[in-house]
Design a protein around this ligand. Structure first.
Ligand code: ACM
Length: 260
């Protein structure tokens, strides 16, 4: 199955134009899974919860356009968005399927000032199957906790759809080894450019990439350009946890010696 990561530079608060930009990049692709960045259409650098509630008013419109695209293309789509539930905000991603089914993942590990606005996710990790491929969802800073990708791999994920707004320079290198250590594809869709909100400025690292169960960087985007990058995934590679004739990386685990 062909999967694609979508990298672009959303403008803070400009949801409708950001959505248009992303869908424009995706239009000519025949991928069956698209992975978009964390908080893909709202921007990231908020100063107040009110700002987030304001952009979240467009969540229904975003969801409808993504659903329409998914149906028309027969593709699953993963995108990050600011989810509101009453007075609570979650930093979430949603997987949308062409038959209209959806499932939400709420970011488990909040990064830095996200803690001022969002509540840590309570969905936990899960895997969904589409066209014979098992897809697990994770968001940005989840990468820093090896338990995140390990849990998804133990759940049987072939591909981890990793929506990101990365600001530190380590994730792209780390995910090479996370892919290898879990024998799983990791599709990191990052954004590029800067968010500026009053005196606050934050720059994102681009270099969206897909890494393979063999620890290869299959594709990587530039640091500062829009990109849509595609890869064919082979589930026989992610399901075979043998490293050699005598080592199976999951059967060889020794959980009784591990700390929770
Ligand atoms: C991050 O979790 N957005 C760095």
């Amino acid at each position: 199955m062909k999967i694609a990561i979508v990298q672009f530079n959303p403008e803070l608060f400009d949801v409708k134009n950001n959505l248009k930009k992303a869908l424009g990049l995706m239009e000519d692709s025949s991928a069956k899974l698209f992975v978009l960045p964390e908080l893909a259409f709202s921007g990231y650098l908020f100063k107040t919860k009110d700002e987030i509630f304001e952009v979240a008013k467009l969540n229904d419109l975003v969801e409808k356009e993504i659903e329409d695209f998914s149906k028309r293309k027969g593709s699953a789509i993963v995108f990050g968005f600011p989810e509101k539930e009453g007075d609570t905000l979650y930093n979430s991603s949603m997987i949308v399927f062409p038959n209209g089914r959806k499932r939400i993942y709420r970011k488990t590990h909040l990064f830095f000032e996200e803690k001022k606005f969002f509540v840590a996710g309570n969905t936990g990790f899960f895997v969904e199957e589409f066209k014979g491929i098992k897809i697990g969802l994770a968001i940005c800073f989840d990468w820093f906790f090896p338990e995140s990708f390990r849990t998804l791999a133990l759940m049987g994920a072939d591909v981890i759809a990793h929506s990101a707004n990365l600001v530190m320079p380590y994730c792209q290198s780390s995910n090479v080894y996370a892919s290898l250590q879990n024998k799983v594809y990791i599709a990191t869709a990052n954004r590029w450019g800067k968010d500026e909100n009053g005196e606050k400025v934050l720059e994102f690292t681009g270099k969206s990439q897909i890494t393979s169960p063999k620890g290869e960087v299959l594709v990587q985007a530039p640091k500062d350009k829009d990109a849509i990058l595609e890869v064919d995934v082979h589930p026989e590679l992610s399901r075979n946890k043998h490293l050699n004739d005598l080592n199976d990386i999951f059967e060889d685990r020794k959980p009784k010696f591990y700390r929770l």
